[in-house]
Design a protein around this ligand. Structure first.
Ligand code: ATP
Ligand code: MN
Ligand code: MN
Length: 335
């Protein structure tokens, strides 16, 4: 599912910030953001741009230049990041609804194209690119996780479920599959031609993944996070690269394995799952509390050094509910 980066929203709440006269904090779904005092009232409609929005260079966005100007490849624009002002976390941007003048909008619809907003993507190192054999195969779902802030309307309902919690690793998504006898290696969006330079293929070779999948005698995919040298700045200080798995998928039945089935499979293949932090987990009273819980040290922190974890991925035991809770501490350190 593509992210809705920009959409018309209702302002759910506006509260003062202690010690600040000129700014207030607005709530939109599960997001908090700093606004100018009096700029919006509860119930107002506004255009909300999520973090990672890359806004075009246009007169109406020039006020962002000082805080947010960035290049992305050839393009110039304004990148929205998590910020802290007067101790208050601020995520995203609220724009006046009149930007959509003359257009009959629906609340929650994606209007990013209308405003020329695209997603900011950091540059990808060559070893994670390579030549595409094709698009991501249609018989496997792409890896993705929704942010809990966008599911805040369901939070109360989620509290009745039991979950398991894994650490969200800051690497690069990889899918290994065996389908009708052919082995494939995919990055986030592409099926990659075999290559000696490509890190996803290298790890496949090192871990003997093609043979391991072949031995299972069925059409299957396993999905994980490639971490290590040359990936996202290697926060865990690893030598070389490795992969930690978070999904197994039965292609013929078009279904994910449930937790027990999944861990049993990965272990039996001599591979590793992402760190599993909790089983039979129930959610804390509020989303704010859950966001605080997401902050913490990575269990992959090298000896003698605390690495701030990216966050958590929380899934119901039957895997029907799944979302990510990114650590705000992590986001505040992001470049
Ligand atoms: P966004 O949609 O928020 O812009 P994104 O879709 O590019 O971001 P991420 O924020 O990295 O990606 O979140 C989803 C990805 O997290 C998955 O595609 C997967 O590669 C990765 N991931 C890392 N650790 C885990 C984990 N423990 N469980 C599930 N996915 C994980
Ligand atoms: Mn996504
Ligand atoms: Mn990621």
């Amino acid at each position: 599912m593509e992210r809705k980066l920009v959409s018309p929203v209702v302002i759910d709440d506006v509260q003062p910030i202690e010690g600040a006269d000129l700014i207030e904090v607005a709530t939109v779904k599960g997001w908090k953001l700093v606004i100018k005092k009096g700029e919006f009232k509860i119930g107002d409609h506004a255009v909300y741009c999520e973090i990672d929005s890359f806004l075009p260079v246009k007169e109406e966005f020039e006020f962002l230049r000082k805080s947010s100007f960035r290049r992305m490849g050839e393009q110039e624009g304004f990148r929205l990041k998590t910020m802290r002002m007067r101790g208050q976390i601020s995520q995203g941007l609220l724009l006046p609804i009149h930007l959509l003048e003359g257009y009959t909008y629906q609340l929650g619809e994606d209007v990013s194209a209308r405003l020329g907003v695209i997603k900011y993507e950091p540059p990808m190192p060559a070893a994670l690119g390579g030549i595409a054999k094709g698009l991501f195969p249609s018989f496997i779902p792409k890896t993705d996780e929704e942010r809990i802030q966008n599911l805040s309307a369901d939070y109360e309902k989620f509290k009745q479920h039991t979950f398991y919690v894994t650490e969200k690793l800051d690497g690069s998504s990889v899918t290994y599959y065996l389908n009708e006898g052919s082995f494939g290696v995919c990055s986030r969006n592409l099926d990659l031609e075999e290559s000696e330079e490509n890190s996803f293929w290298k790890v496949a070779g090192k871990e003997d993944i093609a043979a391991k999948l072949a031995a299972l005698g069925k059409n299957i995919a396993i999905q994980g996070e490639l971490i290590g040298e040359g990936v996202q700045g290697n926060p865990y200080g690893l030598r070389g690269q490795t992969v930690r798995f978070f999904n197994a998928f039965n292609i013929d039945e078009y279904r994910y394995f449930e937790l027990e089935e999944f861990t049993a499979l990965i272990t039996s293949l001599g591979l590793q799952t992402v760190p599993i932090l909790e089983l039979n987990y129930t959610l804390p009273a509020s989303l704010d509390e859950l966001l605080t819980i997401a902050d913490g040290a990575s269990v992959l922190s090298p000896q003698g050094k605390l690495v701030e974890r990216e966050g958590l991925v929380i899934r119901s035991t039957d895997r029907k509910i799944s979302f990510k809770v990114i650590s705000n501490k992590f986001l505040l350190n992001e470049r």
